[in-house]
Write a protein that binds this ligand. Structure first.
Ligand code: CA
Length: 239
C-alpha cells in the first residue's frame, strides 16, 4: 500500500506542526501549506491520500479551496473549522468534504477520523475494481448485492452477505474467527464468538448440498473457516 501522504492546509503554524507531528508518529508522510493558494496548487499537482483543510485561511479561504479542488479531484478532505456552527459544518460537507472536526479538538479524535476516512476510501476503490467476486460456481455481484450459485440466486441477510464477501475475497485461505468478526461487524461486535457460528450455519444451509458435511465453507479447527470451491481443486490421482 505504501505510505499515505497527507497535506495540511492551515495558517496557524503551531497547530499545523502539532498535527504534522502526531500524524508523522503514526507513519504518515505529512506536508504543510500555510495558505489557501499554495495548498490548492499542491493538492492539484500532487497526489495526496488525504487533505486536512482549515476553513479560516488568509486569501483564498478553505471553502474556496474545497470548491476548486472538487472540480478536478476527489482527494478525501477533512475540514477543520473554528466556528462551531452547524451551518459551517453542513456547508463544508456539501462542498464535498468527507468529514469535519471543530477546534479545539483532541488529537486522538482527529487521528480516528483520519483513519476512518482513509479506510472508507481505500475500500471504495477496491470495490470498484472488483465488483464481481467469483469462486468456482459461486458468484457475488457487489454492485447489485446479489449472490448466485450456478443458476440459482441465493437470498442472504446483510450479515450473511458480508460474511460470504469476506470469505470470497480470500478463497482457499484459512480466515480466523477474529478476522471474520472484524470484517463483518467492523468494531460493532458485542456478542459472543458463537454468533459467528450461527451465521456460518445459516450460510451453509443456503449454499451447501449437505450442510452437516460442508464442502464450500470448511471449518479449520482452532482457527476459523475457509472457503473452497468444491470440484474445482486438483483431483486426487486415481490411476
Ligand atoms: Ca486558520
Amino acid at each position: 500500500m505504501g505510505e499515505r501522504k497527507i497535506l495540511i492546509i492551515e495558517d496557524e503554524k503551531p497547530l499545523a506542526e502539532a498535527l504534522a507531528y502526531s500524524l508523522g508518529r503514526e507513519g504518515y508522510l505529512v506536508d504543510i501549506s500555510g495558505d489557501g493558494e499554495t495548498g490548492l496548487r499542491r493538492a492539484l499537482e500532487e497526489d495526496f491520500d488525504l487533505i486536512l483543510l482549515d476553513l479560516m485561511l488568509p486569501g483564498l479561504d478553505g471553502l474556496e479551496v474545497c470548491r476548486e479542488l472538487r472540480k478536478e479531484k476527489d482527494t478525501p478532505i477533512i475540514v477543520i473549522t473554528a466556528r462551531d456552527s452547524d451551518v459551517d459544518k453542513v456547508v463544508g460537507l456539501e462542498l464535498g468534504a468527507d468529514d469535519y472536526i471543530t477546534k479545539p479538538f483532541n488529537p486522538r479524535e482527529l487521528l480516528a477520523r483520519v483513519k476512518a476516512v482513509l479506510r472508507r476510501t481505500a475500500r471504495g476503490r477496491n470495490d470498484i475494481e472488483r465488483e464481481i467476486l467469483k469462486v468456482g460456481e459461486l458468484l457475488m455481484d457487489r454492485a447489485r448485492h446479489e449472490v448466485w450459485l450456478a443458476d440459482r440466486q441465493i437470498p442472504l441477510s446483510p450479515i450473511e452477505f458480508r460474511l460470504l464477501e469476506s470469505l470470497m475475497e480470500r478463497p482457499g485461505r484459512a480466515l480466523s474467527r477474529n478476522y471474520l468478526i472484524s470484517r463483518v461487524w467492523e468494531g460493532d461486535f458485542y456478542g459472543t464468538p458463537k454468533v459467528l457460528d450461527v451465521h456460518i450455519r445459516k450460510l451453509r444451509e443456503k449454499l451447501e448440498e449437505n450442510p452437516s458435511k460442508p464442502r464450500w465453507i470448511v471449518t479449520v479447527r482452532g482457527v476459523g473457516y475457509r472457503l473452497e470451491a468444491p470440484g474445482s481443486g486438483e483431483q486426487p490421482y486415481t490411476g
